[in-house]
Write a protein that binds this ligand. Structure first.
Ligand SMILES: [Mn+2]
Length: 424
């Protein structure tokens, strides 16, 4: 299904007066409102193809109905999100869950919805039907060279699909690790991983990048071969300029200071971008901003400051993607909430009085420094985000309109109640 622009326009007209009052109230306090609106209008967050279906846990999976049955339907779902919020203009594919059989046709379909293809993701954390060798004991770090070769070949094949789709990033996450002390020689596992990555890196086209994601634990419970940003950065530095460290918010040990990690990776020119989600305990894959919105704001504050210091373009010089899974929510509603939370945190970061903050820091005026950050964080920027969306042709209230138009009901009618999208 495809949304008609008149549905959005009619809905916006109904809300126009209330929105205009709220926008005027906030905008009046923003010194350069045009700058903020332009940045918000440009900012796009990629939607992963695996987040469009209801996810499960190791205990079970409860599908919600109307889930996309094919890659084409996944593109249509992201098209719906983008029509509503005008900030979801890219889709990130996971191979082999979503193999583009006919790349020109899928590219054309995406273009119809105003979408481009973001990073392509490889998968060596599970065995596929008919696969010759198993990844039970890892992939790129495996003790058996034949398994490593198979995993390397898979990554190079993913790049090939990406080239057909117009992507220019291979995003890589390994579940490689160990479950028990003694199982693995850490140093040798790391060096085997490096050697495998060198082969993949050598196969990258000149204009491509390799994002190396890290994760502290799970599915392995004793060690992960790329466990933290230091280990990822070591690999990225050894590989070369095209290799960068990807930060997934849920992949840290509890209470890690992620904003500090981000600031330093950015300073080194080694930050690839983000996988957004939220968590309370571990890699919980919760809706962005649902647990710790202040942390999200502090991260964006470092991103904006750090990118400005390096003269980077906020929207296009880092990779922005959601990486989450939804057990109990309608995935499309969840993604709308997640993108909204990201836009809110970004808008708040754009409001920080950086000059006053630098002065307060120089003078060691701790109270003023904290006040400046919290002043921005406590500003209700939702009308600014809504105004940017309105200017882009999106809906003032995407979730409300999604429900009013009964989009999920229409998708269930079209696709059936018992559809299960590929993914975890
Ligand atoms: Mn991730």
């Amino acid at each position: 299904m495809k949304l008609e622009q008149h549905h959005i326009d009619t809905f916006n007209t109904d809300q126009a007066d209330a929105h205009a009052r709220a926008f005027a109230f906030t905008a009046e306090k923003v010194p350069d409102i045009q700058y903020v609106l332009q940045r918000l209008q440009e900012f796009q967050v990629a939607i992963p193809s695996w987040a469009l279906g209801t996810g499960g846990t190791r205990f079970g999976r409860f599908s919600g109905g109307g889930e996309p049955r094919s890659l084409e339907e996944k593109v249509e779902d992201v098209g719906l999100l983008h029509a509503l919020n005008r900030a979801s203009g890219a889709i990130s594919l996971h191979i082999p869950w979503d193999i583009p059989e006919n790349a020109p046709a899928i590219k054309a379909l995406a273009a119809q919805h105003g979408l481009r293809f973001d990073a392509v993701n490889s998968n060596t954390f599970q065995d596929q039907p008919g696969q010759k060798l198993s990844y039970k004991f890892g992939s790129l770090h495996h003790t058996d060279k034949a398994v490593r070769k198979q995993a390397i070949a898979h990554n190079i094949e993913v790049v090939k699909y990406g080239i057909e789709l117009g992507s220019n990033v291979l995003s890589l996450w390994l579940s490689d690790g160990s479950n028990f002390p003694g199982q693995l020689n850490f140093r040798e596992a790391f060096l085997r991983t490096l050697e495998s990555l060198q082969e993949i890196y050598a196969a990258l086209p000149a204009d491509w990048k390799l994002y190396i994601e890290y994760k502290s634990c799970e599915p392995n419970f004793y060690s992960t071969t790329i466990a933290d940003w230091g280990q990822s950065l070591m690999l990225a530095n050894k590989l070369g300029d095209k290799a960068l460290t990807l930060v997934d918010l849920g992949h840290h040990l509890p209470n890690a200071n992620i904003e500090q990690i981000v600031a330093l990776l950015l300073m080194e020119g080694k930050l690839a971008g983000f996988h957004f989600n939220d968590s309370k305990y571990g890699d919980d894959d919760l809706t962005v901003g649902s647990i710790n919105p202040y942390q999200l704001f502090l991260i964006f504050n470092e991103l904006v400051e750090g990118m400005d210091a390096r003269g980077m373009h906020h929207a296009s010089d880092l990779g922005w993607m959601i990486d989450a899974s939804h057990n109990v929510k309608d995935p499309l509603e969840d993604l709308l909430q997640s993108v909204e939370a990201i836009m809110i945190a970004y808008a708040q970061a754009l409001l920080v009085d950086t000059k006053a903050l630098a002065e307060a820091r120089q003078a060691n005026d701790v109270v003023t420094a904290q006040e400046i950050l919290q002043e921005a964080y406590r500003t209700d920027v939702r009308p600014l985000v809504a105004q940017a969306r309105l200017l882009n042709g999106g809906a003032l209230q995407p979730v409300q309109l999604y429900r009013r138009l009964k989009i999920r009901e229409a998708l269930i009618k079209e696709r059936g109640l018992k559809t299960v999208a590929t993914g975890l």
